[in-house]
Design a binder for this molecule. Structure first.
Ligand code: UD1
Ligand code: UDP
Length: 372
């Protein structure tokens, strides 16, 4: 059967956090009125949620579940129950989830429980690090999905190695590429942005930290902040609420934050603009590693593991918390123009900006095959 536009509101898109909105933004736009957006409420501050709906000019969510703020089990449990009731009423033809969050795994389980075809965008990433909740979330979503949109050949291989049949997998690229290229501000807006933050192009470091392994233990968090504070260029740190909550209760950590340029979480275009104008980035974010490959800026990944091996050795290096952070950063800063020039000549491993289109095409095929 040839693909056609699915009925209004027939595809439920379940999301709940900043990176999910970023990576599903163009998929939702392409599917248009066929989508019904279900926001779990995992991220509830405007600076992590509605600001990103605005940036992608998305309609407000059709359904809000309000499950944010609790433990992992509570988030997954309450979202699953609310989604189960919603899907019973609305009978979606398919459910889309993205990535590895608690919201994604709740959406996957709810679709499975009601026998609804499940699409997993950004399938097949593996850190092989069972200490991370995200590793368990992504494995569950992958094994439940009927259509797995793998960003790269590496992610496809990970899925095949776990026995997932190749008919369920399509390599799409990562939708982050078109998110970056569509929302990166132009040169004049970037100049105003730098002026607003009192920064010079290439003369600052942009940093983000929010992983439990880095911020939940105060000694680890202080070590990271101390390493950042010693660097010879200003460090801009948009503070994730998880990190803010941890640091705010401790005087020594707050003091260290005082040595950095701490700002509120930035809207997506502003964050991309600063990324593109930075000397380098230091982060534990997944998305920032991918964006570095589009913006051609180096990123130091401070993590015990990474599920994005495609950029290691080119746009990214992984280091442990401690003096290796400073040593590697100083080595990069010592010859920045050559490093930027080298990265400028390397293509992003995450595709050519057509991942959202490929994802939508694959979803329409899936629906046509199931008679929608
Ligand atoms: C979640 C995802 C992580 C993703 C990140 C993106 C899981 C297991 N983790 O981590 O994979 O990288 O989102 O940013 O799903 N908080 C607020 N306001 C908000 C949201 C959170 O203050 O709008 C605070 C709350 O104190 C909350 C804490 O941050 O308890 C952690 O939030 P949560 O969504 O559980 O995890 P993240 O660390 O954001
Ligand atoms: N980001 C943003 N503003 C900020 C910090 C990050 O828009 O102040 C974007 C960043 O460009 C990336 C995404 O948020 O696309 C990553 O989110 P996060 O690091 O919270 O989650 P992860 O990608 O690690 O799951």
């Amino acid at each position: 059967m040839s693909p056609q536009h699915p009925p209004r509101g027939s595809i439920a898109v379940v999301l709940g956090t900043r990176p999910e909105i970023i990576k599903l933004g163009h998929v939702i736009r392409l599917l248009g009125d066929a989508t019904s957006i279900v926001h779990t409420g995992q991220h509830y501050d405007a600076s992590l949620s509605s600001d990103f709906f605005d940036a992608f000019q998305l309609p407000a969510p059709d359904h809000q579940l309000g499950v944010g703020g609790g433990s992992r089990g509570a988030q997954i449990g309450s979202a699953l129950q609310a989604l189960d009731e919603l899907f019973l009423k609305t009978e979606p033809a398919a459910v889309i989830v993205q990535g590895d969050t608690n919201s994604a795994v709740a959406g996957a389980l709810a679709a499975n429980a009601r026998g609804i075809p499940l699409v997993h965008v950004e399938a097949g990433l593996r850190s092989f690090d069972r200490r991370m909740p995200e590793e368990h979330n992504r494995v569950i979503a992958d094994h439940l999905a009927d259509l797995l949109c793998a960003p790269t050949a590496t992610s496809r291989s990970n899925l095949l190695a776990e026995g997932i049949s190749e008919e369920r997998i399509v390599i799409t690229g990562n939708t982050v590429v078109e998110a970056v290229t569509s929302l990166l501000p132009d040169a004049s807006v970037r100049r105003s942005l730098l002026a607003e933050f009192n920064l010079e192009p290439g003369e600052f470091i942009l940093s983000t930290f929010h992983r439990p392994e880095n911020v939940d233990d105060l000694h680890t968090l202080r070590t990271i902040l101390d390493e950042l504070a010693r660097l010879p260029k200003p460090v801009v740190l948009p503070l994730h609420p998880r990190t803010a909550a941890r640091a705010g209760r401790d005087l020594a950590t707050s003091k260290l934050l005082g040595q950095l340029r701490v700002v509120e979480p930035l809207p997506y275009p502003a964050f991309l603009g600063l990324s593109a104008e930075s000397a380098m980035m230091i982060s534990d974010s997944g998305g920032v590693q991918e964006e570095a490959s589009v913006l051609k800026r180096p990123v130091l990944v401070v993590r015990r593991s990474t599920e994005r091996p495609e950029v290691i050795g080119t746009f990214a290096e992984r280091v442990e918390v401690g003096p290796d952070m400073g040593t590697t950063a100083l080595a990069w800063l010592a010859d920045l123009p050559a490093l930027h020039e080298k990265l400028g000549a390397i293509a992003s491993p995450y595709g050519d900006g057509t991942a959202s289109k490929r994802t939508v095409d694959a979803i329409l095929e899936l629906l046509a095959d199931s008679g929608v």
